[in-house]
Design a protein around this ligand. Structure first.
Ligand code: DC
Length: 242
């Protein structure tokens, strides 16, 4: 068996944790492409749970009821698309989950322990079904896949994260000041790292990458180098990163 075949045959779970605004999702998608792995966006699952709450008129803070409906309905991915499309039952909700109305309630939904329990279980199941995976989300290396082959913690300065968020908002036709966004990021970081359920922590043994001052390609290149160091038999797909 060639080195390449060995790489393709083995299971490989890579996790990327970190706060919002660090470019986790784009980095995870590119890293998955560079290594020929699949990509799991767990934030999309919390967003789909929020869509379900909106559709059924469930209070986003009513974690018990929402978790029960999540068990009855099904959040799944269509892995044939790249990035995979997210389905609620059989309906593609990939566009809906990005609506502002969803963004406004998703942090309430994600703070419900009952909802987290259902989605963590679903994520572990997906990891078992798709064992060659880059999984991105704030608790993937710390809680969901603590035995992942490689764990990353992606950070960036509050200023850089605020700037990225401002560009994103302007792209959506909304306005805000950099100062207000940065203040909000600092406030949320403090809340996030001290909250009782699923606080944001750096996973044990994670490689910390500070993306302040780095391009997305540079972040991905550093990650590829770490993955190659960890698994010396791992080869990287020859295609350039898109
Ligand atoms: O990355 P995102 O903006 O799509 O995440 C949506 C929300 O879900 C955000 O409030 C963080 C939260 N989240 C979480 O609590 N745990 C995860 N594994 C992924 C996202």
């Amino acid at each position: 068996m060639s080195v390449r075949d060995a790489f393709e045959a083995r299971t490989l779970i890579i996790t990327i944790d970190g706060p919002a605004g660090t470019g986790k999702s784009s980095v995870a998608h590119r890293l998955a492409k560079a290594l020929g792995l699949e990509f799991l966006d767990t934030g999309a699952m919390y967003r789909a749970a929020s869509v379900l709450a909106m559709e059924e008129g469930i209070d986003p803070a009513d974690g018990g009821r929402l978790a029960q409906r999540l068990r009855e309905r099904r959040i799944a991915f269509d892995w044939r698309a790249d990035p995979p499309r997210i389905l609620l039952d059989r309906t593609d909700v990939s566009r809906k989950i990005r609506l502002l109305a969803v963004s406004e309630i998703v942090s309430i939904v994600a703070a419900c322990p009952e909802v987290r329990a259902v989605l963590i279980e679903a994520q572990r199941r997906l990891g078992a079904e798709h064992p060659r995976l880059v999984s991105e989300g704030r608790d993937q290396g710390s809680v969901v896949f603590p035995d992942a082959d490689v764990r990353f913690f992606l950070t960036a300065s509050p200023q850089v994260r605020a700037l990225r968020r401002l560009e994103q908002l302007r792209g959506q036709g909304m306005d805000a000041t950099l100062e207000a966004i940065e203040q909000d990021i600092r406030r949320r970081d403090a809340l996030d790292s001290t909250r009782a359920v699923g606080p944001l922590v750096c996973p044990v043994g994670a490689t910390v990458i500070d993306s302040t001052g780095l391009t997305m390609d540079e972040v991905v290149a550093r990650m590829v180098a770490v993955v190659q160091r960890v698994g010396t038999s791992i080869e990287v797909a020859p295609e350039p990163v898109a």
